[in-house]
Design a protein around this ligand. Structure first.
Ligand code: 5GP
Length: 205
């Protein structure tokens, strides 16, 4: 059986990735990897659904057990992708989606060059700030911290396979959909199937 495709999605916080990703997950049957984090749960977030919420000690223990495919520190908290879950789904031929910040994404891109990477840009930094303030899940200081973080993250978009601008949500949903469809024809992510196809074409003279 051929391996599933790993999709890495990075979007600075406030880019409106939630709706885009939930549509893509449903439409393309992608499995969203649930990360572990030391961040405190936001209102309505549940352990094992949004994240596996860990103490710093628990997180460090997981690092020492080599339980993460990648992990990174973001705005003072640790976030990590559970390795076993991702690897077992991929070997079962299932597609997996990682929604992670830029340092982690850059590490996975290097480690797994066959992964398909997508960066979602905000239309502008001012619009990003407006959206973060409207969301009101964080205090003003955290919003400022996340805006500065976004400004550091945005230049890395150039290393991703696909870049989408989320100005209009419907357009961004459509563009994301197109990226996932285009990825099915990318030689790097579907090398085995493409090699098999080449042989099949040549055999049928
Ligand atoms: P939030 O606190 O808003 O849920 O997430 C903050 C940032 O951490 C987001 O950019 C999100 O994509 C990223 N993130 C979530 N899980 C992981 C992970 O497992 N690894 C890394 N590197 N980043 C993550």
């Amino acid at each position: 059986m051929s391996k599933g495709t790993l999709y890495i999605v990075t979007a600075p916080s406030g880019c409106g990735k939630g709706t885009i990703l939930s549509q893509a997950i449903e439409k393309h049957g992608l499995n969203l990897s649930i990360s572990a984090t030391t961040r405190a749960p936001r209102e309505g977030e549940r352990d094992g659904v949004n994240y596996f919420f860990k103490t710093r000690e628990e997180f460090e223990e997981m690092i020492s057990q080599n339980a993460f495919l990648e992990y990174a520190e973001f705005c003072g908290n640790f976030y990590g992708t559970p390795k076993d879950y991702v690897e077992s789904l991929l070997s079962d031929g299932k597609d997996v989606l990682l929604e992670i910040e830029v340092q982690g994404a850059m590490n996975v891109i290097k480690m797994m060059p066959e992964a398909v990477s997508i960066f979602i840009l905000p239309p502008s930094v001012s619009e990003l700030k407006r959206r973060l303030l409207k969301r009101a899940t964080e205090d003003i200081e955290t919003v400022e911290q996340r805006v500065s973080q976004a400004k550091r993250e945005i230049p890395f978009a150039k290393y991703f396979d696909f870049v989408i601008v989320n100005g209009d949500l419907d357009d961004a949903i459509r563009d994301f959909d197109l990226c996932v469809m285009a990825a099915k024809f990318l030689n790097k992510s579907h090398r085995q199937e493409i090699e098999n196809k080449i042989l099949e074409v040549l055999e049928n003279e």
